[in-house]
Design a protein around this ligand. Structure first.
Ligand SMILES: Nc1ncnc2c1ncn2[C@@H]1O[C@H](COP(=O)(O)OP(=O)(O)OP(=O)(O)O)[C@@H](O)[C@H]1O
Ligand SMILES: [Mg+2]
Length: 261
């Protein structure tokens, strides 16, 4: 179930990276993540044509847009998980465009992919322990269980035995252990029952309170509104608009036009 690319970063040992230590105290006002003119290709297919956005420390920011707009590709490109990327992706003020995906992960970014990447043959606990800790400040297993009590009850269950909601919680819990300060969550609510969606929303709120920064791809527009500070709208491999969450309600017509809903 897990795809090799998404786990590639996780298998490398937790080698402290002196540059990342020095950069971990980026001055206030500098975006935690600053993406400028990001282009990406899958083989010969040119998918991103110059994506610009930024995420400040402690924010929850969404990427909205129709199917195929390039939201997932943007997340993968930020993590260095596409064949070729150009432009600028600065994390804590440091340029990462030339780094491999495992070095990027070690700087403190982690992705929770849409397909969740749970290993079917491993138990919940084994899945949790899989990605190595890359920085200090990661969640302990007990802290992850406190956030997702269902996972504690199911800790000896195999990945295949989990419900969709439990798999999503496991996929999020797993990256919290690494110590990443920026979490990239690709459609965490997809296919889940409303009560589970609510639970994921509450969790995102708690993670934000604990100081984490989150970039979120969402199709569930009302969910996005309930958790985010700002929204970027993507179309055809570009960011075409930015809307503060507080302005969202007043711009509903514009949003509906963008998303075709
Ligand atoms: N592995 C791939 N190889 C070639 N083209 C791809 C690949 N993955 C995605 N694409 C193409 O890249 C474009 C952007 O896809 P992407 O998955 O980033 O969109 P998205 O905004 O996440 O869409 P969705 O809402 O459906 O998840 C689409 O035209 C898609 O067909
Ligand atoms: Mg996608």
């Amino acid at each position: 179930m897990a795809d090799a690319a998404s786990m590639a970063a996780s298998r490398s040992p937790a080698i402290p990276d002196s540059a990342s230590m020095a950069a971990s105290q980026a001055p206030p006002g500098v975006a935690l993540l600053a993406v400028e003119g990001l282009q990406a290709w899958y083989g010969e297919s040119h998918i991103l044509h110059g994506v610009d956005f930024e995420v400040r420390r402690g924010e929850v920011v969404t990427l909205l847009g129709r199917n195929g707009a390039g939201k997932t590709t943007t997340m993968k490109s930020v993590m260095g998980m596409v064949g070729k990327r150009r432009g600028s992706v600065r994390f804590e003020g440091v340029e990462t465009i030339a780094l491999s995906s495992d070095r990027i992960a070690r700087r403190g970014m982690a992705i929770c992919p849409e397909e969740r990447g749970i290993f079917a043959s491993l138990t919940v606990l084994e899945n949790l322990l899989l990605p190595p800790v890359v920085r200090e400040g990661g969640f302990s297993v007990e802290r992850i269980y406190a956030l997702f009590p269902n996972l504690k009850e199911r800790q000896a269950s195999q990945g295949t035995k989990l419900s969709g909601g439990e798999q999503q919680m496991l996929a999020i819990g797993r990256i919290l252990r690494t110590g990443a300060s920026l979490l990239l969550l690709d459609e965490p609510t997809e296919g889940l029952a409303p009560v589970i969606v609510q639970q994921i929303g509450a969790t995102i709120g708690k993670l934000k309170e604990s100081g984490l920064t989150i970039l979120l791809v969402e199709q569930n527009f009302r969910f996005a509104q309930s958790v985010a500070d700002r929204h970027y709208v993507m179309e055809n491999g570009r960011v075409i608009d930015m809307i503060a969450n507080s302005d969202l309600e007043a711009n509903m017509e514009r949003i509906h036009e963008y998303l075709g809903v």
